[in-house]
Ligand binder design. Structure first.
Ligand code: ADP
Length: 220
């Protein structure tokens, strides 16, 4: 569960990047975060990832109270998160398997377990046959599915994605959202920032719309 209460974030004295945000996202929910450029979406994600802290107000994610979190707990908190970016951020000189398995190898898991999990997540995103391929030989949609596999290999409780379909055509975008829905169906909370009104309309999910740092409207 993600809970914002009376959360404000200001980068300077006059302007609020986020203004009195009060909302709850339940465990296992699928949410689109919308709003024009400058509305506060990246700041909203920075609050969830604890890469920045609120000016005032509270944020809790699962059992973690992010306001009072100690530096030493940050790493274990962030291991509960998965993050997907618009530009995929794959390592070009590593295969799909090497990219996807990186989070587990950093944690020094046994190779047998890593291969098993990588196979599972690549099957989930529909890329099992690309195991040994290099990113440059993949389409944009396949690269993004590789990035999603990497983001979920450690079974995060929360998956956030900042404009994950921003570089993809409508058909590919729809398929990427289908993959996020599969991840959500396995119990992960999914929050996706997007500008794509058409996509959001088609998918009929909970939507939080930010404008000038405030929640403008929330649907479902
Ligand atoms: P979005 O992701 O919806 O485009 P942001 O969260 O990036 O919106 O920005 C919200 C507001 O906060 C904007 O007015 C932006 O200029 C301001 N802002 C964001 N990050 C910073 C920063 N590091 N320093 C100063 N102002 C910032």
């Amino acid at each position: 569960m993600i809970e914002f209460s009376h959360l404000y974030k200001s980068y300077d004295k006059k302007n609020h990047a986020l203004k009195d945000i009060n909302l709850k996202i339940d465990s296992g929910e699928f949410v689109f975060l919308m709003g024009p450029s400058g509305a506060g979406k990246s700041t909203f994600f920075k609050m969830i990832t604890a890469y920045d802290s609120p000016t005032s107000g509270k944020i809790k994610v699962g059992s973690f109270d992010l306001n009072s979190m100690k530096e030493k707990d940050l790493a274990s908190y962030r291991r509960r998160l998965g993050i997907v970016f618009q530009d995929f951020k794959l390592l070009p000189d590593r295969t799909v398997y090497e990219n996807v398995s990186l989070p587990l190898r950093v944690q020094k898991h046994h190779e047998t377990f890593v291969r098993k999990r990588a196979t599972e997540v690549l099957e989930l995103v529909g890329l099992a046959e690309k195991f040994d391929q290099f990113p440059e030989f993949l389409s944009g949609g396949e690269q993004q599915r590789t990035a999603i596999a990497r983001a979920i290999i450690h079974q995060p409780g929360v998956l956030i994605a900042d404009e994950p379909t921003g570089n993809l055509d409508p058909e590919m975008s729809s398929k990427i959202i289908d993959v996020f829905e599969k991840v959500c169906a396995q119990g992960t909370t999914v929050v996706i920032a997007t500008h794509d009104h058409e996509l959001v309309k088609r998918k009929n999910k909970k939507t939080i719309e930010l404008r000038n740092g405030s929640v403008f409207q929330m649907s479902l």
